[in-house]
Design a protein around this ligand. Structure first.
Ligand code: GDP
Ligand code: MG
Length: 165
């Protein structure tokens, strides 16, 4: 059985961009407007001879802050039920948000293996990587610095996912 890996997080953090990068193909719609991924997308990927199936989550409809939190939590619940490992994506440029904290609390209680990723770290300067630091506060262990757009941090991400299997 190929391990199922779900990509979760609030809208606009770069989940679909990461999914496309991992899939090596463009399968999910990426847009500046939150709420574009209506359905779940599945893609197989292989890394160093190991096969995975990744799931892009989304399906957010516009709403107020409470409605957003509810939807992000529902997606996280589906991921917890369905998957072996969860990649929890955050936006390091935007910084830690209430929605990130809600997802983190939920995932921590679920006991599922979680790989926490801080995305949009497009350069490897110290200043940029320092932005990942605040996500340690979520209490989910190590933070993987990523640039889904530029393909940075992918090896480390696969290594972290594999270590949780
Ligand atoms: P999703 O809603 O979480 O699926 O996010 P998307 O993948 O649709 O991306 C939302 C926006 O963030 C798009 O404008 C992407 O181009 C942008 N984005 C995604 N990854 C990166 C990244 O690594 N760096 C930067 N600078 N922008 C990114
Ligand atoms: Mg998306």
């Amino acid at each position: 059985m190929k391990p199922l890996v779900a990509i979760v997080g609030r809208p606009n953090v770069g989940k679909s961009t990461l999914f496309n990068r991992l899939a090596g193909r463009r399968l999910a719609l990426v847009q500046d407007e939150p709420g574009v991924t209506r359905d779940r997308h599945y893609a197989d990927a292989e890394w160093e001879g190991r096969k995975f199936t990744f799931i892009d989550t989304g399906g957010f409809v516009p709403g107020d802050e409470d409605q957003l939190l509810q939807q992000v939590r529902e997606q996280a619940q589906l991921a917890v039920d369905e998957c072996d490992v969860i990649v929890f994506v955050t936006d390091a440029r935007a910084g830690l948000t209430a929605a990130d904290e809600a997802v983190a609390n939920f995932l921590r209680k679920s006991g599922k293996p979680v790989v926490l990723a801080a995305n949009k770290l497009d350069t490897t300067t110290g200043q940029m990587l320092a932005l990942a630091g605040e996500f340690y506060r979520l209490g989910l262990g190590d933070v993987q610095a990523l640039s889904a757009e530029h393909g940075l941090g992918m090896q480390e991400l696969f290594d972290a996912v594999t270590a949780k299997l």
